[in-house]
Design a protein around this ligand. Structure first.
Ligand code: MLT
Length: 330
């Protein structure tokens, strides 16, 4: 065989291989929470949809419970193209994409409907673009996990005074640290995958997360009191490495986006049918739900007067927050 014929043959075989592998892949999906929470449900439906849409040629394997690293580390890995997907709490993306903090400004999102309006409309589109630019990851789906509620092992918290002296774990997130500072507490920033052990060993007394996350992570084994403070509605997006996304064929990209949208719609239904049951299960497991003693306005005032102004710059100016609030008719 002449060199020319051999080369032509090799190029042809290589092109054939590329064509067959270009639309066949198995992706890895890191999940911060244990199975049983909204993150896992989003991942499960995303994987099912991807498989169905691609006729089985594109699949996704789920790795829950931070098996592939702490949530914030997975963003770095995905940005570098070392990881395909991650599902994590939005507050663990903001350190890499500050403008996303507009969704984590305390008391901005006041209902599931607010959360849906912002993520599914122009605000969500803009945040997706900015997150690609700033963090190297593309938001392809959202899970809706409910409000973060405060838990602790020491005492019922009904007021800001009750909160004083408690050691509260927060994610490594400037805004959440500032929120607790505004309430008169000096919180302990800590990675998510260290939180259960820290609560168990009494290194910290409390933390906040949605009911469904508290249940999935078995925090009822190490926490006693819940105060529904509702300052932050937890959004937990599915993000994809932009490098990996760009390496896919247009057909695979379309399947990924469609599967992400279908999983998002499922998540919106899922939280509505599960949250009340989970709340009851946590109470049956011995947790006590303690309502604020008619003083929620103290918490809201602290957030809006001390925290909001400190973060206008990082979210793109006060006008941006005003525009978000206008989208919510406020
Ligand atoms: C955190 O508290 O770090 C996160 O909200 C945890 C999570 O992803 O559920």
């Amino acid at each position: 065989m002449t060199l020319k014929k051999w080369l032509t043959g090799s190029v042809w075989v290589a092109s054939l291989l590329l064509a067959t592998t270009a639309s066949a892949a198995t992706f890895k999906v890191a999940i911060g929470d244990a199975a049983g929470g909204t993150q896992y449900e989003l991942g499960k439906v995303f994987a099912e949809q991807l498989k169905e849409k691609s006729g089985g040629s594109v699949t996704a394997d789920l790795f829950p419970n931070s098996q592939l690293g702490d949530e914030q580390d997975t963003i770095n890995d995905a940005a570098m193209g070392l990881l395909d997907f991650s599902i994590l709490a939005i507050n663990n993306i903001t350190p890499f994409s500050p403008s996303v903090a507009v969704l984590t400004m305390p008391y901005v999102i006041q209902s599931l409907e607010d959360a849906r309006t912002l993520t599914q409309g122009d605000v969500g589109k803009e945040l997706t673009e900015k997150t690609i630019r700033d963090a190297g990851v593309r938001i392809v789906g959202w899970s809706y996990s409910g409000f973060r509620v405060l838990t602790n092992s020491k005492r019922p918290v009904r007021s800001l005074d009750d909160l004083k002296g408690l050691i509260i774990r927060v994610p490594k997130n400037e805004l959440m640290i500032a929120f607790y500072n505004a309430l008169g507490v000096n919180p302990t920033p800590m990675a998510w995958n260290e939180t259960f052990t820290a609560l168990q060993q009494g290194v910290v007394d409390g933390q906040d997360n949605p009911y469904i996350t508290i249940s999935a992570m078995k925090f009822d084994e190490v926490q006693k009191y819940i105060t529904p403070i509702r300052y932050l509605f937890s959004l937990e997006p599915l993000v994809m490495s932009e490098q990996v996304f760009q390496a896919q064929t247009p057909e695979v990209q379309a399947w990924i986006l469609e599967a992400g949208q279908a999983a998002t719609e499922y998540s919106y239904e899922y939280i509505q049918v599960t949250e009340d049951n989970i709340k009851q299960e946590l109470q049956a497991a011995g947790m006590e739900i303690v309502e604020l003693a008619n003083n929620e306005q103290d918490w809201i005032d602290a957030a809006t007067t001390k925290v909001w102004p400190a973060f206008y710059d990082s979210i793109g100016g006060k006008e941006r927050l005003d525009a978000v609030l206008a989208t919510l008719n406020r």
